[in-house]
Design a protein around this ligand. Structure first.
Ligand code: HPA
Length: 237
């Protein structure tokens, strides 16, 4: 374990559980802690990035926001893995569907995460790195989903994009041709940090909008599908 507190997290060593759930939004982290965890304790609020540790069915679990995009989740996941001895990070986010057979509110588990970012450049690899989920976490999440029943889900590649507003409209079609299921902005950096550190990561996303049909969920729909995703993540933790 490295030095704590870190530049971005004020928690002390031992304040985080071995598994941290990461929504993008700090208010979602607070909502998860207050709604689903027993005896949640606030362990971080630097930059408003709320982090809590509590228990779920007797199991110690933490939840902290990742912020948006790969630089942000890159910082938080690095510090959690390296300085707080965290073993598992489960991202709970939204994603835009890139395939016609994905409906709003479907769950996508990212077995891999393609990216248009340069995040992997720092590792100096002599080729293209393929960021992947932890098989253990993925297998557990799939069995949780099957046990819960009634959840529409797919397992496949995500695209972690640096640009939400991409000036080049052609790029989507190219990723679609490769069978990429959905676009979000964090999983690839999370998977790379986990791999580099010998730790575990999984991105669970719900479809909030479709790049195929142009539909989008209402905030009410996002809230209820978020609840399913939290249950999947908590049972997987
Ligand atoms: N693009 C990138 N990230 C997203 C999207 C999207 O369309 N929807 C939800 N997260």
């Amino acid at each position: 374990m490295g030095k704590t507190p870190t530049p971005h997290i004020e928690a002390k060593a031992g304040d985080f559980a071995k598994t941290v759930l990461m929504p993008g939004d700090p208010l979602r982290a607070k909502y998860v802690a207050e709604t689903f965890l027993d005896e949640p304790v606030l362990v971080n609020q630097v930059r408003g990035v709320n982090g809590f540790t509590g228990t779920y069915k007797g199991k110690r679990v933490s939840v902290m926001a990742s912020g948006m995009g790969m630089p942000s989740i890159g910082i938080y996941s690095y510090e959690l893995y390296h300085f707080y001895d965290v073993e598992n990070i489960i991202r709970m986010g939204t994603a835009g569907a890139m395939q016609p057979d994905l409906a709003l509110r479907d769950v996508v588990l990212g077995i891999g995460a393609c990216t248009d970012s340069n995040y992997a450049k720092q590792f100096g690899l002599p080729g293209t790195y393929a960021p992947t989920a932890s098989y253990e976490l993925l297998e557990k999440a799939v069995s949780v989903i099957r046990d819960m029943g009634g959840i529409r889900y797919k397992i496949g590649n995500l695209l972690s994009s640096d640009a939400f507003y991409n000036d080049n409209a052609q790029t989507t079609a190219l990723w679609q041709k490769m069978g990429v299921l959905a676009v979000e902005m964090e999983a690839a950096a999370l998977y790379m940090n986990a791999a580099r550190c010998g730790k575990h990561a999984l991105a669970i996303c719900t479809i909030s909008d479709s790049l195929v049909t142009g539909e989008a969920t209402t905030s009410q729909e996002r809230q209820s599908s978020f609840g399913d995703m939290v249950k999947i993540a908590l049972e997987t933790a």
